[in-house]
Design a protein around this ligand. Structure first.
Ligand code: JHZ
Ligand code: ZN
Length: 415
């Protein structure tokens, strides 16, 4: 339910038209704000409320916490925790090497939000001139220790100019699961315009709005994701900075993502895939407000169904453990009202999250060994985007009689 405080309007971060939230997920903590008992009294909350801009079609948060509340020296997400994601970024790097770098003398590759170097390492290993930009110092340190040149800063016009002065202009700019985190998207687009060579390309990928709407994967909405992109909104947002959308490529990662290629206007022809994607998005109604009101209804139905399942299992005295203390799970647990009475603990392989409590819901996060050591009756798959990797790995859990609870695209119990 929207209430007076949540139903406020603001202005589109891209085109400045008035916007208002189409729903609120309620009082929400920092998605990666894993905390100790002592930190509970000071836990930070904000209103998680997405809006759709009827003018430029950008889906965005009305309120977002200050960047330094989210990306700092204890940032909890290390990209290299998934084997499949390591393979994905190796393939991404190889695609760039095969499609963009040939014929360029001493090419220069810049990655925004390079995290622990999961993608840049492939350029570094081949002696390609590279630079990572990563404001979260702890993950950047992992990259630096691997010999990947990394600066810890937020990318903007000024940094773009500094990079050009020190290294020259870039042949390729890359970003994965980063652009949708940056509220000043226009500043980044302007920086990209300055940093790129006239024949350079900017390639980035992020969770895709079309998948989120189709699968009711509302857990893509959390503090860090200030935008959920589509080809429609990206084409419009970058056009005013002289960058044109010249290619799109759907990805299966993170529950459905889209890779966008942008180039200085007129420097290369757009592939037919761009027009096809724009047509598909119109057919899906991504440019219409009604779509988002329906999405809200779908979220409420999903929540009711998940809680019905969890409440029934609690009454039967079943043990339920969460699998993967994802950022996404913070939206699910807080929006649905999942408590430690529903979910005993969340198993996660990331050391920095272990021994802490999940944000807002305060469900303990424990090492993976505790999951394997005493299998629960049910595992609630918070890391549903890694389902293929996890189900392959957890055959013994199923053999022991365990069952998965999933909620994307529908709430289901599966074995
Ligand atoms: P995972 C993060 O989202 C944050 P999250 C960020 N905002 C973003 O945009 C996306 O990534 C790209 C654990 N795990 O990848 C590791 C296991 O325990 O879904 C992670 O804590 N066992 C930058 O946080 C979590 O689950 C496993 O076998 O939603 C997965 O987080 C595997 C595979 C993972 O991203
Ligand atoms: Zn707009």
């Amino acid at each position: 339910m929207l209430n007076a405080q949540q139903d406020h309007s603001s202005h589109c971060r891209i085109c400045n038209e008035p916007i208002s939230a189409f729903m609120s997920f309620g009082r929400m903590p920092i998605a990666n704000g894993f905390l100790t008992d002592e930190e509970i009294p000071n836990e930070y909350f904000f209103d998680l409320a997405p809006a759709f801009c009827g003018n430029c079609s950008m889906v965005q948060l009305i309120d977002q916490p200050q960047p330094d509340k989210m990306f700092h020296a204890n940032y909890a997400f290390y990209s290299s925790t998934s084997r499949y994601m390591q393979l994905h970024f190796e393939a991404f790097a190889k695609t760039v090497m095969a499609d963009v770098l040939p014929g360029r003398a001493d090419p220069f590759v810049v990655e925004l939000g390079s995290n622990d170097g999961i993608m840049l390492r492939h350029f570094q290993e081949r002696g390609i001139h590279h630079l990572g930009i990563e404001p979260s110092v702890n993950v950047a340190d992992v990259a630096r220790a691997r010999g990947i040149r990394t600066v810890s800063a937020f990318f903007n016009r000024k940094l773009a100019d500094d990079i050009v002065a020190e290294h020259g202009r870039a042949d390729v700019m890359l970003a994965a699961n980063v652009m949708c985190h940056i509220p000043d998207l226009s500043g980044v687009a302007a920086g990209a315009q300055r940093l790129l060579k006239p024949d350079g390309v900017f390639i980035f990928e992020d969770p895709y709005l079309g998948d989120m709407i189709a699968k009711t994967s509302y857990d893509q909405i959390y503090d860090e994701h200030v935008f959920i992109f589509s080809a429609t909104s990206i084409a419009r947002a970058f056009a005013s900075h002289g960058l044109e959308l010249v290619d799109v490529a759907p990805q299966i990662t993170h529950g459905g993502s889209m890779r966008y290629t942008l180039a200085p206007k007129g420097s290369r022809a757009a592939t037919p895939r761009v027009a096809e994607q724009l047509t598909k998005e119109r057919a899906q109604g991504l440019d219409k407000a009604e779509t988002y009101f329906q999405f809200k209804q779908n979220c409420e139905n999903s929540r009711a169904s998940l809680m019905k399942t969890l409440n029934a299992l609690r009454e039967q005295g079943k043990r339920v453990v969460g699998y993967g203390a994802t950022s996404k799970s913070t939206t699910v647990t807080n929006y649905c009202g999942i408590t430690p009475q529903h979910v005993e603990f969340i198993s996660d392989t990331t050391p920095i999250k272990q021994g802490k409590l999940s944000p807002g819901a305060h469900i303990p996060v424990r090492p993976y060994t505790e999951f394997v050591g005493a299998y629960p009756d049910y595992a609630l798959l918070f890391a549903w985007n890694h389902a293929a990797e996890i189900r392959e790995k957890e055959q013994a859990f199923i053999a022991a009689g365990g069952q998965w609870i999933v909620y994307v695209p529908d709430v289901k119990v599966i074995s």
